[in-house]
Design a protein around this ligand. Sequence first.
Ligand SMILES: C[S@@+](CC[C@H](N)C(=O)[O-])C[C@H]1O[C@@H](n2cnc3c(N)ncnc32)[C@H](O)[C@@H]1O
Length: 283
Amino acid sequence: MKTIEARYDASALAYRTWWEPVLRPTGLDLLDRLGRVAGGPAGRVLDVGTGAGLLAIEAVRRWPAANVIGLDGSTEMLAVAEATARADLPPADLARIDWLRGHAQELPFEDGSFELVISSFAYQLVPRLTPALAEALRVLRPGGRLAFVTWRIGDDRFDPDEAFEDALDELDPLDEESAAEEARNGDLTSAGAVATRLRRIGFRSVVAREAWLTFDHDRATYLAFLEEYAERELFADLALAEQRRLRAAATRRLSRLPSAAFRWRVPVVYALARRPESIEREP
Ligand SMILES: C[S@@+](CC[C@H](N)C(=O)[O-])C[C@H]1O[C@@H](n2cnc3c(N)ncnc32)[C@H](O)[C@@H]1O
């Protein structure tokens, strides 16, 4: 079983092409929500699980007095983030952004060294959520803020994926193990549960809200999305003839679905919280 890090290392460019656009509006919405509560931060900002740099790059664009570190466990994701920043940011903004390999559960920073910790769709991947959030609290200065968004557990049924699974079933004898799902330990059960958890860890001014991420996949490119990103490992494990058969079966089944079936709608939770001036944890 590959580590999460190795999976992201292997799919970093495909991530930026196929997956970041799905998450982008929700990531940007997190920064909008934070801006409405706290205005623009001045000082050090940490983006945990920065991936291809979505929040980190947007943070330096939006907040001229912020110095941002994008942290990720995957070296290849950081390389993509860095290249993207170089291509997209003017030199003055580029000078305020750094990239660092590290892990959410063991942040390589001094206590109290950040004004703000932000994160989009990374806390679901940490080995244990509470210690990782406690690390965010530790590196925040008193009064500093945490803002993150991640998945809420929901009904994952999506007709295009069901059609693809049916296409796979046609190709018996395929090993179902090869379609292993990415482990996501930290999908949240509810906004209320994450708010309670944050308060227990020692955060205050906690606001957690449930919302929906909606993305209209393109029927014409959905199979390419599966082949190049979401089911990349599965395709790579197949012989060329099997790949061809799977493509043909999936194309036939996907083409029978109406365009409306390609609207993906999944629940997320936004959480905003603050480190109090002095830390006293709830019992
Ligand atoms: C779904 S991507 C999200 C990337 C980016 N925040 C975005 O919204 O596009 C998750 C990222 O978290 C990273 N990651 C997973 N587990 C991590 C951990 N324990 N510590 C740091 N980064 C981690 C992965 O390497 C990947 O780049």
